[in-house]
Design a protein around this ligand. Sequence first.
Ligand code: EPZ
Length: 427
Amino acid sequence: MDKIIIRGGKPLSGRIPISGAKNAALTLLPAAILTEEPLTLRNLPRLADIDTFTHLLNQHGVSMILEGSRPEEFGRVMTLKASRITSTVAPYDIVRRMRASVLVLGPLLARCGEATVSLPGGCAIGTRPIDLHLKGLEALGAKIELAQGYVKAMAPDGLKGGVVRFPFVSVGATENILMAATLADGETIIENAAREPEIVDLANCLTAMGAEIEGVGTERIVVKGKTRLHGATYAVMADRIEAGSYACAAAITGGELELVGINADTMGSVIQAFEEAGVSITASRNSLRVARSNGGLKGISVTTAPYPGFPTDMQAQFMAMLALADGASVLTETIFENRYMHVPELARMGADIQVRGRSAFVRGAEFLTGAPVMATDLRASMSLVIAGLAARGETTVSRIYHLDRGYERLEEKLSAVGADIERVSAG
Ligand code: EPZ
């Protein structure tokens, strides 16, 4: 398995192109199932999860054409065509590797009147059930059965518009219901919908395909179902979590980075949190300039929440940055029950962190020391890279397949701005 070796202590300086958003791409890809016409997606990132999803779509009968090689900064262009769905089964061996596979459930049900999707099972950060997805589809008239670890959803006469009230915010459940509702007969109202920018991206793409959606980006979405959708061409939004991750790297190394291609409006409360922590962020139309302020990093309190609150996907990266802040910080994780797997690894590098219940108490250290550490999940592994970039000496991060799921060309992007980082194959 590959490892990444980082020799820390070098301030990062220069520009990093931000890739298309993984969590937008993973919901735009299944939208192709909703029409037999071609859907062309631009600015697709080169990520393991995208490859896994295209493999899943392929076994449903979706054909995909990748346009020829393009300058790496501009992402990939892929045309998907679901002229015929040859299988409505999403098998366990794919779903267990990537939870986002459950996002084929709504589109398959809406297009074919049935879907058999493996339950995703848990993952490192929590059990992550899909009960909200299933209740939402039942509200649209689907019959749901659970057997042998699979969900069998049926709507032989098609889905009917209905009211879906989520008891708490779920990004994936909102995406599944939104996609299913576009082909339901009648009007669907989604209450307590997720408001993440990736949902807005999906709604904008579905609208380009002929869907009729109101309330995009608010907690109440209204969809007027259509009998069919048509093809479209749509560019994936830039990845706000990748941008936030590299901003933490600039701040912790005392460097200055220009993050190109990111729209600051999608960053929500992350920008305020950075500024409170002593990081100056200058936003222009299509980029962010990030540098540590003269006063240095300061400890802050952060609580994760659904958008526009502080994103759970930024918690681990912020914790790494705050491990070297002046003073104490408190990070409270309210979305997932086990998203502190990075803490023991950061502690091995000298970070002073105590986890009590849902909160992690960080006391700023004078320095971190490089060490061999192990990645456990996507964002935890990025927090180890961020810490390694500032640590004294050498950090070796193992199990970096976690990183490859969500960070495109990580070593290339970091080397280009002065990091001493390399990937070695550990055989
Ligand atoms: C999406 O996951 C993202 N993944 C996650 O990013 C992100 O952390 C999460 O939203 C929250 O923002 C993708 O978009 C592919 P949820 P999702 O449904 O949809 C519980 C990353 O690092 N829940 O909003 O699975 C669930 O267990 C990944 O890029 C139920 O109980 O998240 C969690 O505690 C990690 N029942 C909470 O709700 C359900 O039916 C929020 O989950 C659904 C969710």
